[in-house]
Ligand binder design. Structure first.
Ligand code: PGA
Length: 253
């Protein structure tokens, strides 16, 4: 079975102490993950070593960065490189979250470099795509997401591409409490998979986990994750509460 992933995205929330407490509560619950399941915690940079340390003790639990630089190294004050993430043995990094695109001007050509630099360092990018409301309202979401994928990912070889995780996050559903219906999520996920099959072949497309993001919570996770092409979620708000996120982990197929 394709990998199923519950990924927490803490964004710029929680103090160090609160973060430790949240992780401890979740990890101490000892939710057992099957061979194909993963729980991933994308935490702020200063908490990565702590999160890495705590998750390493558990099988199939991982820490992740929320971003990395598109540059290798050098005089880029304030940036964090993929090589630095590799040096603490990190396995995942979120790339191209819509908040990075919107507030920090990240565009697909830059994201293409970030994806590549992660792969060079053995880090799986969790690549985010998704349309704003204005695009959904005119029914142009499929073409919009297709462009994002083409521009940021299609330069990869098939072998590289097999390392990618995709997160479809309709921007109108992020932090708004307005979730895409499971039918809307399944429709887009299937569309993405069909697109990927066109580029990389069906066998590869069938292997790529495609997560849904946008107001996933304990109450809707199971229904969303049951969709055949939805392979888990990238979860913001609800990942800040232990009980909510534990239910979300338990909702994985
Ligand atoms: P949300 O955020 O779950 O709070 O909607 C999801 C995300 O932005 O990754």
């Amino acid at each position: 079975m394709r990998q199923q992933i519950a990924a927490a995205n803490w964004k710029m929330n929680l103090t160090y102490e609160q973060g430790q407490e949240l992780l401890d509560t979740i990890l101490n619950e000892n939710i057992e993950l099957s061979k194909h399941q993963r729980a991933v915690f994308a935490v702020p940079f200063p908490y990565l070593v702590m999160a890495k340390h705590k998750t390493t003790a558990k099988q199939r639990y991982f820490a992740a960065a929320q971003n990395c630089s598109d540059k290798k190294s050098g005089a880029y004050t304030g940036e964090v490189s993929a090589e630095m993430l590799r040096s603490i043995d990190l396995k995942y990094c979120v790339i191209g979250h819509s908040e990075r695109r919107e507030y920090f001007g990240e565009q697909d050509h830059m994201l293409a470099r970030k994806v590549e630099i992660c792969l060079e360092n053995g880090i799986t990018p969790i690549f985010c795509c998704g349309e704003p409301l204005s695009i959904r309202e005119v029914g142009a979401q499929n073409a919009f997401v297709e462009t994002q994928l083409r521009e940021a990912l299609y330069h990869l070889s098939e072998t590289q591409f097999r390392q990618i995780v995709i997160a479809y996050e309709p921007i109108w559903a992020i932090g708004t409490g307005k979730t895409a219906t499971s039918a809307q999520a399944q429709e887009m996920h299937m569309h993405i998979r069909t697109m990927l099959a066109g580029k990389y072949g069906k066998a590869t497309a069938d292997e790529i986990p495609i997560l849904y993001g946008g107001s996933v919570k304990a109450g809707n996770a199971r229904e969303l994750f049951q969709c055949p092409d939805v392979d888990g979620g990238l979860v913001g708000g609800a990942s800040l509460q232990a009980a909510e996120f534990m239910t979300i982990i338990r909702s994985l197929k």
